[in-house]
Design a protein around this ligand. Structure first.
Ligand SMILES: [Zn+2]
Length: 246
């Protein structure tokens, strides 16, 4: 099994021993989590991960099919940050769907203000708006031909480099039937500046600095996992996490 040293960062394969120590510096090793299943990740963790993917493989490779999940998580993390900025201060967590075909991702907000967990979850379908697509309405029409549960959200991640006029898209959406509770679009107009808009059912627009937003929702834990205690589902920090970069 793959482990990483909590101190010096060296990676090693360890067999049998469940709590091994680093053969180099003696610190404890952290076992690699090999799957996204059940991991509720902070937006910061997700964005750092995508950065690591780009650093390891380059931006062209990172845009390829094999990193689709990481990119969808990244778009969802930016969306979650936008929600924090617009409706916060609230902390949102990103989960990648690993079993079902839809949704692509989920955004969770865990409200503990009543002494127990009230989890609000939004299912998200992520679609990349690439450069070769002239009009985002093409994507919205294609997605709207399918059936989705009534509470799903469609998130359009703009990578087209084109100007976006949310009011114009929203007007076109009003002329058609969409199977989504909400439709959002996001894109970066400048380094670290995120522009986000809700296009359906009503329009909302917001612009913010990603680094400042990350600072505002900072938490100690990077990843939460579910633990069943009686009838209640608890969310506990996974502790030190080592999810190897694919
Ligand atoms: Zn070490």
């Amino acid at each position: 099994m793959l482990f990483i040293c909590s101190k010096c960062g060296r990676r090693d394969w360890v067999f049998v021993d469940e709590s091994p120590l680093c053969s180099y510096c003696g610190a404890s090793l952290v076992k690699a989590t090999e799957s996204y299943a059940g991991c509720l990740m902070s937006p910061e963790f997700v964005l750092h991960r995508m950065k690591a993917v780009v650093e390891k493989h380059g931006s062209i490779e990172a845009a390829a099919g094999r990193f689709k999940r990481e990119r969808e998580a990244c778009s969802t993390a930016l969306y979650a940050l936008g929600l924090s900025e617009m409706f916060g201060p609230k902390k949102y967590w990103v989960e990648i769907e690993t079993v079902d075909q839809t949704p692509d991702t989920k955004v969770h907000h865990i409200d503990q203000s009543k002494g127990y967990n009230i989890v609000q979850t939004q299912s998200v379908e992520v679609v990349d708006w690439e450069q070769h697509v002239a009009d985002p309405m093409e994507l919205i029409r294609a997605k709207s031909r399918k059936q989705y549960p009534a509470d799903y959200c469609l998130l359009i991640a703009a990578r087209s480099g084109k100007m976006v006029y949310p009011q114009v898209i929203a007007r076109d959406i009003r002329k058609m039937a969409v199977p989504f509770a909400e439709i959002w679009i996001l894109g970066q107009s400048a380094t670290n500046t995120l522009n986000i808009a809700r296009l359906h059912p009503t329009t909302l627009q917001h612009e913010f600095n990603i680094l400042e937003a990350l600072e505002r929702v900072k938490t100690d834990g990077d990843v939460l996992t579910r633990r069943q205690r009686g009838r209640e589902t608890e969310f506990v920090p996974l502790g030190k996490v080592y999810l190897p970069i694919p």
